[in-house]
Design a protein around this ligand. Structure first.
Ligand SMILES: [Fe+2]
Length: 276
């Protein structure tokens, strides 16, 4: 994974509340209809996006927080771009442990480092480590976070950080070791930010919402298979696939929630002993 995958900046539309959708862990395979633990990743993503179109107004941006492809195939990235094109909102992607986001696989226009709105700054970080399931923030990523904090402080903006891996344990013994290994370095930087701070992650295929030392940490269901909260060992969950919406207000107030598909069932292989 090139260290400079995430580059440049983009100015988001709108001048009031910033509306975002988070889509994560789509796990699309090379062939349409490819499955993860028996769940058709295309069908479940299509159902999630249909729910989002029905229940949300057009967002200012869609954030896609990694494990976009389950097999790092170019076809998977192309299909996600096609599926999201219907939204009439720009989408911004970052890699997860399953991804291979080199130029041969994907249009690099999706990998933007900083997203600017009048009251909020979004920074996209790459926590992927080659050939590892767990996350780590390389020096270039911590430098980008430090730059984001400096911009936020210098322009009186609030800060949203998006990255694939969570920073802190969620209470799933089998998943918790996969969190960002150097989370303390992340915390040192983000605590310098003087305005509102929120961190969006994927990877854990479950929703969580925790505030630690004044920073709000959110995780979000996969658009495919769900993992059971509080599980000691690998365990899938039977709840539906979903997404997260956020309304980020000019004063730093954060409204957010998770929506799931409720009118279709995607039978998951409950007997599977693991997942990589
Ligand atoms: Fe992941």
């Amino acid at each position: 994974m090139p260290g400079n995958l995430l580059n440049g900046e983009f100015t988001l539309g709108g001048d009031g509340t910033l509306a975002l959708l988070q889509i994560t862990d789509t796990h699309l395979m090379a062939q349409p209809g490819g499955r993860l633990l028996n769940v058709d990743a295309d069908a479940s993503l299509d159902a999630v996006l249909a729910v989002a179109r029905e229940r949300q107004s057009v967002p200012d941006a869609i954030l896609v927080t990694g494990d976009i492809s389950g097999d790092a195939s170019a076809n998977a990235y192309g299909r996600l771009a096609d599926k999201l094109a219907d939204f009439e909102a720009p989408s911004f992607w970052l890699p997860g442990n399953h991804d291979g986001c080199g130029e041969a696989n994907i249009d690099q226009v999706f990998f933007t480092r900083f997203l600017l709105s009048p009251h909020w700054l979004i920074v996209m970080l790459n926590s992927q480590v080659d050939n590892e399931v767990g996350g780590h923030l390389a020096a270039i990523e911590l430098d980008a976070l430090a730059r984001a904090v400096d911009i936020a402080n210098g322009t009186a903006r609030h800060l949203l950080v998006a990255l694939h891996h969570p920073l802190w344990p969620l209470g799933c013994a089998w998943l918790d070791p996969q969190r960002v290994a150097n989370a303390e370095a992340f915390a040192t930087e983000i605590h310098r930010c003087r305005k509102a701070r929120v961190v969006l992650s994927g990877h854990v295929h479950q929703a969580s919402d925790t505030s630690i030392d004044g920073v709000r940490y959110l995780t979000t269901p996969s658009t495919c298979v769900q993992f059971a909260p509080g599980a000691e060992d690998f365990k899938v969950d039977t709840c539906g696939p979903g997404y997260r919406w956020l309304s980020l207000h000019p004063n730093g107030h954060i409204e957010t929630g998770v929506e799931r598909v409720t009118d279709q069932v995607f039978p998951v292989d409950l007997d599977s002993g693991g997942y990589l």
